[in-house]
Design a protein. Structure first.
Length: 58
């Protein structure tokens, strides 16, 4: 498995907040899914409230 850095922003009460997270995944699609899962779980967000801007391999 490789490490991917996922960047983007998510909706908050005051607008949007930017984020950058690192996930272990088999490919970019799985990395996106892990990012959606982590952010949704931690912040109580739906996928429509998360905007992924980039997925880069490290």
């Amino acid at each position: 498995m490789s490490q991917y850095t996922v960047t983007g922003q998510f909706k908050t009460r005051d607008g949007y907040a930017e984020f950058e997270t690192t996930v272990d995944a088999e490919n970019e699609d799985v990395a996106r899914e892990h990012a959606f899962s982590q952010l949704g779980s931690q912040h109580g967000l739906k996928r429509t409230e998360i905007d992924l801007e980039g997925v880069d391999a490290q």
